[in-house]
Design a protein around this ligand. Structure first.
Ligand code: RFL
Ligand code: PHB
Length: 388
């Protein structure tokens, strides 16, 4: 088989690029290890920047997002028994879209199917080959060895994928910070406790009240890395969440049985450059952030924006400057997302090794933020997403 662009990974990054390229007549194939149901079963992001929403519209996948996604013009930071509203709309003139990664991925799969896009599920042992020469992908499908020749390989196979690992160690530099805690997330079929998200800083640890719709809530609490899902039966989760929220919020929290529960460790990671020969990395394959700033999926979308335009220039105008500059351009924005996510994480979590001095500084950072319009505007412009 031969295609123009061979994409490893059928998560949001890979599917969005596949859809955008196909609409411009650029042939591509997506190789996804898992089944569609498995991919859709992973509960992850919920907050999209407008730039991402625009890209979904350009990919002709924006109809359901516009009908069912909620525009949020602000969110709350809870602290010291009360809560302060961050007026995103007032500070930046922009807002975010609350629409789950699961729904967005479902929309992309449906669009790919409708257009006759080539998405291969159950592709195992995927391997990129001859990345600096005439690239091709090998994989196994239903026990049979396959070979896919292509002009370019896109590694959009997430943090644990094969593409980044296929780059020789001396061609890539890794930057990493591992946090000494994780987020325990619970999904419930209940009405959200608040119409806007609440990020809570509490001496017992961070908590987040989020949502997928007016009948589906997503809650998180910071937990030690040693904890497992089995350590947290639903009742214990609700007690701990309420402990970390202001009393007036806890009082109105509607609890219910969890329909999904998982723990995600927190990590900041960047691999540079995001290119090796004719293979380009995008999304979680190249970088991940702690989820506190809601940047992960949005950073993936900005990679896809740059890569899509670079590939268009190559195929439509015969120009390769976009591809040459892709890594530098993408990384400049990735690092800003890293900085913001690191800052939000440091501001709101309880760190086990914090000294008394560190705790005072952390509290002062929050007091200053909430008292300064300039500081609030800086927070808001990063949260709604810096321009591509
Ligand atoms: P994905 O979603 O991991 O998709 C990669 C796909 O590649 C497949 N794959 C392979 N396929 C073939 N061969 C192989 N060897 C393969 N290895 C892997 C996988 O099966 C998968 O389908 O990466 P992608 O597309 O780059 O998307 C990135 C996002 O998923 C991620 O950044 C966000 O979910 C991060 N994130 C959030 N981002 C936001 O922007 N806003 C949020 O509110 C937000 N909340 C979150 C989050 C991530 C979380 N977790 C669990 C890490 C909340 C949480 C809890
Ligand atoms: C979510 O709803 O899953 C979510 C929202 C905001 C974040 C992280 C996760 O910062």
């Amino acid at each position: 088989m031969r295609t123009q662009v061979g994409i490893i990974g059928g998560g949001p990054s890979g599917l969005l690029l596949s859809q955008l390229l196909h609409l411009k007549g650029i042939d591509n194939v997506v190789l996804e290890k898992h089944s569609r149901d498995y991919v859709l079963g992973r509960i992850r992001a919920g907050v999209l920047e407008q730039g991402f929403a625009d890209l979904m519209r350009e990919a002709e996948c924006g109809v359901r997002m516009e009908a069912e996604g909620e525009l949020h013009g602000g969110f709350y930071i809870a602290h010291g028994g009360g809560k302060s509203r961050i007026d995103l709309q007032g500070l930046t003139g922009s807002s975010v879209v609350v629409y789950g990664q699961t729904e967005l991925t479902r929309d992309l799969y449906e669009a790919r199917e409708k257009m006759g896009g080539k998405v291969v599920h159950g592709a195992v042992d995927v391997q990129p080959n001859d990345m600096t020469g005439a690239p091709f992908l090998t994989y196994t499908l239903n026990g049979e060895a396959q070979r896919l020749e292509c002009d370019f390989i896109i590694g959009a196979d997430g943090f644990h994928g094969v593409s980044r690992k296929a780059i020789p160690a001396d061609e890539i530099t890794e930057f990493e910070r591992v946090y000494p805690f994780g987020w325990l997330g619970v999904l419930t079929e209940t009405k959200p406790v608040s119409p806007e998200l609440i990020y809570a800083k509490h001496p017992r640890g961070f908590a987040l009240c989020s949502m997928r719709s007016q009948s589906l809530s997503r809650y998180y609490i910071q937990v030690p890395l040693s904890d497992t899902v089995e350590d947290w039966p639903d009742d214990a989760f609700w007690v701990e969440l309420k402990n970390r929220l202001p009393a007036e919020v806890a009082k109105s929290l509607i609890t219910g049985p969890s329909i999904e529960k998982s723990i995600a460790p927190l990590r900041s990671y960047v691999a540079e450059p995001m290119r090796y020969g004719k293979m380009f990395l995008a999304g979680d394959a190249a970088h991940i952030v702690p989820p506190t700033g809601a940047r992960g999926l949005n950073s993936a979308a900005s990679d896809i924006y740059y890569l899509y335009h670079a590939l268009l220039d190559y195929y439509q105008k015969g120009e390769d400057a976009g591809l040459e500059n892709y890594s530098d351009k993408a990384l400049a924005r990735v690092w800003k997302g890293q900085r913001f996510s690191w800052w939000m994480t440091g501001l709101l979590h309880d760190f086990p090794d914090q000294s008394g001095f560190d705790k005072r500084l952390q509290q002062t950072e929050l007091d200053y933020l909430l008292s300064s319009e300039s500081a609030l505007r800086s927070l808001a412009e990063n949260y709604v997403g810096l321009p591509f």
